[in-house]
Design a protein around this ligand. Sequence first.
Ligand code: 5RP
Length: 220
Amino acid sequence: MNNYKLKELAAKSAIKYVIPNSIIGIGTGTTVSFFIRFLKEIKHLIQGAVSSSLTSSKLLRKIGIKLFDLNDVSSLSIYVDGADEINPKMQMIKGGGNALTKEKIIAAVAKKFICIIDENKQVKVLGKFPLSIEVIPMACSYVISELNKLGGFSKKRKNVITDNGNYIIEVHKLKILNPILMEEKINSIAGVVTVGIFAKRPADIVLIGSSDGLKTNINY
Ligand code: 5RP
């Protein structure tokens, strides 16, 4: 099976976790785009969604799903999103689609984080995939110099302005042996809006599209 088929398999299997009558959180990326397509079939069962990006909002609007502002919502039953990498503790690198800040906010609010991935996203140690960090534009050079002290090689992602009007820095070849500590360290650099390490709030359920079929990891 090719990668897209594996993503589609994971996305399809997330539909059974949708809780009727609730509002759900929606991530960003190719795997989530598959999920949105399947969600169309059961859209009458949910009140609507909170979206993590303009791209996902457009797809959700197109299939007639009502969008809510997170500030107007008392709870989110689930958050469905992909990942760039995930380790056995269900800690992730996210942000390959530049939507990490809203993704982290929605993941924090949701009762359950359901991560949908193809099997190639699984790693023992996070850091092979470039780590995304959203920064306030005026702090870009300063943040890069601070990140260089932590290891790896940092550079500004070319031609990207996030939905929030900020830049993305990507860190290459950073071996993240202690994801929680690294998340805290990078988040404390002045000018950093969000680091794409999701370790303090890992996934609760991981649905993995693999060449042997669907695999599920549950963490609660
Ligand atoms: C977007 C993300 C995505 O979840 C991540 O990049 C995975 O994307 P895809 O499903 O296209 O492989 O974090 O910011």
